[in-house]
Design a binder for this molecule. Structure first.
Ligand SMILES: *Cc1c(COP(=O)(O)O)cnc(C)c1O
Length: 414
C-alpha cells in the first residue's frame, strides 16, 4: 500500500495498527473471518469504478462486457456450490438481502415468524425497532429453557396459532444444527413460505458439515463474509418460481448499482469454496469448536445447550459472576476478541448481558487446530480469573502474540 502511505499517511497508519491487531490477536467473533489475499485484491480492484444497474445482459449503462462476465461467473459458481436454481449476488449485505426477500414476497402487515433476537435470532427477523418489526406482524419463537434448543413441537404450535406467511430459520447465536425438514413440514401445514438465513453457517453448508436447506426451502439468504470467507456482502438463492420477484425487489426495489468490485470478490470466494481444501476447512472449524467447548466446560464454563455442533459457542457467565461486558473488555486486554451476548431468558440487558459468544472460523483459517483450542480456552479462563488485574492480562496478551506468531494470517504480510 505504498501509494496510500504517501497520499494519506493518517488512514494508512490506522490500517497498519488494525493489521497488527488482526494478526497478533485471537479472533473469536463467530461472524468474522480472514478473507484471502485474492478476495481482497478483487475487492480493491478497478471494478469499484463501474456502474451496472440491472442484471447481466439487461443493463441500463454501457461498457458492461466485463462486469457481465464477472457477475455471471459469481452466479454460476454459487449455483454449483449450493446446488440452487436461482441466485442474485447483488445484495450489499445480509440485512438488505433479508429486506429484499420481504419486499419481494410479502405485503406490509403480513405475519412473519423468526427466532427472537435475545434467543439467537437476527435484528432483521422481526426486532420491533427494526424495519422488519415496524413493517410486519412479527411473531417470535424461542429456544427451550431447559435445553437451550429449538423445540419443533412448540414452533409448530405457534405457527398453527399465528398462520405466518413466512417462516425464517437461521440464526446468529445458535450452536446446534437446524432441522430444515421439520421447518418445511410446519410451513407446509400452515401454507407459509420458508426462508433460511444461513449467514453464519453458509461455509459449513458449502463444506458439507451442516445439512443444506436447499432441498426443502423456498428462499435462502446468506452473507458472504462469515464462514463463507468472502468479501463483505450477501446473496439470495431461491427456487425459480420466486426468481422474478426477488430480482425485482433487489433492483430496482431496494438498490441501485451493485458493487461490482464486491461481485468480483464473491466470484473469487465461491471459486475458493468449490476447492476440496474448503471441505477440510469447514470440517476443522467444527472440530475446533467442539474442542474449544469441551475445554471451556472443563474450566467450569456453562455453555448454552451444553456444547456445539457448529462453529460457535454461547457461554452463560452467571456462575462465574462476571457480566459479559466486563468479560469482553478483560479479554480485549488479553488480545482475545469476542463479543458480549445475551443468553436465552437473560435477566440482564443487551448492553450488559450475561453471556459471551465465540467461534472458530477465523482462527481455523489461520491454521489452528485442536491443540491450540486447548490453549485458547486456557487463556480465556485465566484472563477471566484475573479480569481486574491489567498486568496479568498484559502478560496473557504476550503469550497470545507468541501463539499467533506461529499461525500467519492469509492476506496479512507483516
Ligand atoms: C450477520 C447476519 C445477518 C446480517 O448481515 P449484515 O451483513 O451484518 O447486514 C443476517 N442474518 C443473520 C442470521 C446474520 O448472522
Amino acid at each position: 500500500m505504498t501509494s496510500l502511505h504517501e497520499s494519506d499517511p493518517q488512514v494508512a497508519d490506522i490500517l497498519d495498527h488494525e493489521r497488527s491487531r488482526q494478526a497478533y490477536g485471537i479472533e473469536l467473533i463467530p461472524s468474522e473471518n480472514y478473507a484471502s489475499q485474492a478476495v481482497m485484491e478483487a475487492t480493491g480492484s478497478i471494478f469499484t469504478n463501474k456502474y451496472s444497474e440491472g442484471y447481466p445482459g439487461k443493463r441500463y449503462y454501457g461498457g458492461q462486457e466485463y462486469v457481465d462476465q464477472v457477475e455471471q461467473l459469481a452466479i454460476d459458481r454459487a449455483k454449483k456450490l449450493f446446488g440452487v436454481e436461482h441466485v442474485n449476488v447483488q445484495p450489499y449485505s445480509g440485512s438488505p438481502a433479508n429486506t429484499a426477500v420481504y419486499f419481494g414476497l410479502l405485503e406490509y402487515g403480513d405475519t412473519i415468524m423468526g427466532l427472537k433476537l435475545d434467543h439467537g435470532g437476527h435484528i432483521t427477523h422481526g426486532l420491533p425497532i427494526s424495519f422488519s418489526g415496524k413493517s410486519f406482524n412479527c411473531v417470535g419463537y424461542e429456544v427451550e429453557k431447559e435445553t437451550g434448543r429449538l423445540n419443533m413441537d412448540a414452533i409448530r404450535e405457534l405457527a398453527i396459532k399465528n398462520k405466518p406467511k413466512l417462516i425464517i430459520a437461521g440464526y446468529t447465536a445458535y450452536s446446534r444444527t437446524i432441522d430444515w425438514k421439520a421447518f418445511k413440514e410446519i410451513a407446509d401445514e400452515v401454507g407459509a413460505i420458508t426462508m433460511a438465513d444461513i449467514a453464519h453457517i453458509a461455509g459449513l453448508i458449502a463444506g458439507g458439515v451442516h445439512e443444506s436447506p436447499v432441498p426443502y426451502f423456498d428462499v435462502i439468504t446468506t452473507t458472504t463474509h462469515k464462514t463463507l470467507r468472502g468479501p463483505r456482502g450477501a446473496m439470495i438463492m431461491c427456487k425459480n418460481e420466486f426468481a422474478k420477484d426477488i430480482d425485482k425487489a433487489v433492483f430496482p426495489g431496494l438498490q441501485g448499482g451493485p458493487h461490482d468490485n464486491t461481485t468480483a470478490a464473491k466470484a473469487v470466494a465461491f471459486g475458493e469454496a468449490l476447492k476440496p481444501e474448503f471441505k477440510e476447512y469447514a470440517a476443522q472449524i467444527v472440530k475446533n469448536a467442539k474442542k474449544l467447548a469441551e475445554r471451556l466446560m472443563h474450566h467450569g464454563f456453562n455453555l448454552v445447550s451444553g456444547g456445539t455442533d457448529n462453529h460457535l459457542i454461547l457461554a452463560d457467565l452467571t456462575n462465574k459472576e462476571i457480566p459479559g461486558k466486563i468479560a469482553q473488555e478483560a479479554l480485549d486486554k488479553a488480545g482475545i476478541t469476542l463479543n458480549k451476548n445475551t443468553v436465552p431468558f437473560d435477566p440482564r440487558s443487551p448492553f450488559d448481558p450475561s453471556g459471551i459468544r465465540l467461534g472458530t472460523p477465523a482462527i481455523t483459517t489461520r491454521g489452528m487446530k485442536e491443540a491450540e483450542m486447548e490453549k485458547v480456552a486456557d487463556f480465556i479462563s485465566e484472563a477471566l480469573d484475573h479480569h481486574t488485574d491489567d498486568e496479568h492480562l498484559g502478560k496473557i496478551k504476550g503469550q497470545v502474540k507468541d501463539l499467533c506468531n506461529g499461525f500467519p494470517v492469509p492476506g496479512i504480510a507483516l
